[in-house]
Unconditional design. Sequence first.
Length: 204
Amino acid sequence: MTPRLGVLVSGSGTTLQNFLDREKAGTLAGTVALVVSSDAEAYAAERARRAGRPVEVVEWRKDVGSGAFSEAITKALRREKVDLVLLAGFLRLYRFPGDLAGRVLNIHPALLPAFGGKGMYGRRVHEAVVKSGVKVTGCTVHFADQAYDRGPIVLQRTCPVHFEDTPDAVAKRVFELEKEAYPEAVALFAAGRLKVEAGRVRIT
């Protein structure tokens, strides 16, 4: 199975670009069929358009609420017959319907359950990592659920944190891990090798 991928973005789109580059090189186990942006000005949307991919802008508005926001995203995903949803720096909570459970992946730039949760994204995560004094950090790919940075963990990759490191230095090191880990998780999904058992993921 070559899944049709729906990528949800909010920012610059470096993770999206990694998917697009790998697809072009023939090393992505899927096809980016749709990009959904929560921000009309996000550079990620421009990256998608340049690559000739459909873009749906679904802007979050407080007066609309999370229900209508999520429903609009789901409608776009269904229209493009998306098989797997990839959260890629998506800063809003996507409350997906039950039939998409086990078909929504997220990547977080730390080793969950540490340094996760609402408001923990981007540079904030790496600042917290450096301040904490931990000696190891990394990235986590997990199945999303209805809360920020929660859900069964698919895989993790690690790297050291040095005493002299800045948050930017850690971010750069972690992103190199993300570029490998997220496509690997997509490949495992495409091969039907991910099984959730009692809240944990077994890789068959």
